[in-house]
Write a protein that binds this ligand. Structure first.
Ligand SMILES: [Ca+2]
Ligand SMILES: [Ca+2]
Ligand SMILES: [Ca+2]
Ligand SMILES: [Ca+2]
Length: 287
């Protein structure tokens, strides 16, 4: 089916549901229903843009994709294997080798910063290593790993547990850069705060600690400032978002959209971009 047809189908679905409710109350809404259908169909012609997204998929070294490498103690051995980056700093606890990128955009109203990483912690010697840091003008969050758990330096506590030896998905979300939520394998694990020194906003990940040694394997690191419904990421929710929204629903990861855009299409924020997002999306569109 073409995208236009899908829009018509989706719109029909929504208005059929609403029509049922309205008919019960004896209200006639056919005019608005037709108008919305027409508007959505026209919107689908709009050019498709994509949400600004940094998506490091470990198909090449981070340094060649805009990440700045910081090395201490001679640096770690880096190896690319099947779309993953192995950071091997096992030789010495003096080694630290991490990747830095400035956060050029911070979340505004109705937006949040989302950082996703998929990581396997292979070996750890010492308190904790590797790590992920997210720094904001309000403070920073530093998450460091043991073989089966993750510690927040900023909150001074263990903030999540996982089965050792496997890859796990970590999601960090903050809407105000003062508080954050950490999800492990899509389950909320901890809600904490940015504390400590203020930094220019940035993200750093890798062999984070001197004083501890680690081997870690990273499948991806992605981040974006996301607003639910603003699927093309241009700062508003309008007809230009319809085409990428429908593409996200219909084709998901095969849509050609950035992985971050798929999060924006998850309008009701239940973890999936699907038909349940149609009604809330149209509500945002009609605002
Ligand atoms: Ca280290
Ligand atoms: Ca990968
Ligand atoms: Ca938009
Ligand atoms: Ca959803």
């Amino acid at each position: 089916m073409s995208r236009i047809t899908w829009v018509a189908v989706l719109t029909g679905l929504r208005w059929a549901r609403r029509g049922k409710r309205l008919r019960k109350r004896g209200t006639r809404h056919t005019g608005r229903s037709l108008l919305t259908g027409l508007v959505l169909a026209l919107g689908a012609w709009a050019a498709r843009a994509d949400l600004p997204c940094v998506a490091y998929e470990a198909n090449s070294l981070p340094q060649s994709e805009g990440w700045e490498e910081h090395q201490y103690g001679g640096g770690a051995d880096l190896e690319l294997i099947d779309g993953t980056l192995v950071i091997d700093g096992w030789a010495s606890i003096a080694i630290s080798d991490f990747f830095h990128q400035d956060l050029t955009a911070l979340p505004g109203p109705n937006q949040y910063l989302r950082v996703d990483w998929r990581l396997r912690v292979d070996q750890v010697q010492g308190f904790a290593d590797p790590g992920m840091q997210i720094a904001s003008p309000k403070g920073s969050v530093v998450l460091i790993y043991q073989i089966n758990r993750v510690y927040s330096l900023s909150d001074n506590t263990w903030v999540g547990y996982f089965t050792p030896g496997d890859f796990h998905d970590y999601t960090f979300i903050s809407s105000d850069m003062e508080t954050y939520s950490l999800y492990i394998d899509r389950t909320l694990s901890y809600a904490g705060e940015f504390v400590g020194l203020n930094y220019p906003p940035n993200i750093e990940w890798g062999d984070y600690g001197q004083g501890a040694a680690s081997v870690s394997t990273w499948d991806h690191v992605r981040f974006a400032v996301v607003a639910p419904g603003d699927v093309d990421g241009d700062g508003d929710i309008d007809f230009n978002d319809i085409n990428p929204f429908v593409a996200a629903l219909v084709s998901g990861t095969d849509s050609g959209l950035s992985p971050c855009a798929l999060h924006a299409a998850d309008v009701n924020q239940d973890g999936a971009a699907d038909f349940g997002d149609i009604n809330p999306f149209i509500d945002l569109l009609m605002k």
